[in-house]
Design a binder for this molecule. Sequence first.
Ligand code: FE2
Length: 186
Amino acid sequence: MDRKYFLKAMVLVPFLNVVAKNDQEELTNATIEPCKTGRDAEGPFYKPDAPLRNVIETEGDPLYIKGKVLKGDDCKTPVSKAIIDIWHCNKHGEYDMKGFNSRGQIKTDASGNYNFATILPPPYGSRTRHIHFKIRAAGFKELTTQLYFEGDPNINNDFARNAEVNRVISLNKKNGINNGAFIIYL
Ligand SMILES: [Fe+2]
């Protein structure tokens, strides 16, 4: 090794160590700061004033989601009376822009719990399977986000690529119903 290259390498090694350390710290922070639900695109198909109901759609592959809305600051305080506004495409990959099919709003109970029954939306266009959410609660900034499903072949193709692990959920099929859990942090 000539002297010039050796000196360059000496300078480079600590630099690489710092980069590796920073990467490590970022990974660690992401791992120890799980109480954050990331924002995601609203997309062009949102309609306000969907009916209050927790059976949202019945035509398709049944999906049951239960979860909680919690305060992100401490990871545990339930957010009661949060309104969760949900919309997704129907079993043909289409959004109902005239009525409120595949749309609904639900409210969390005193422990921050919510649940709803709907269908597992199919992928459409270049989009992977997803459900849109808007969450409103007194004292918190409105959160618009999307939920994704593990194992979907298109999961690395679109917005889902940027989703944190909390927003890509696994499903457990029991008696013909896909079951999943989604905790939302405000
Ligand atoms: Fe969508």
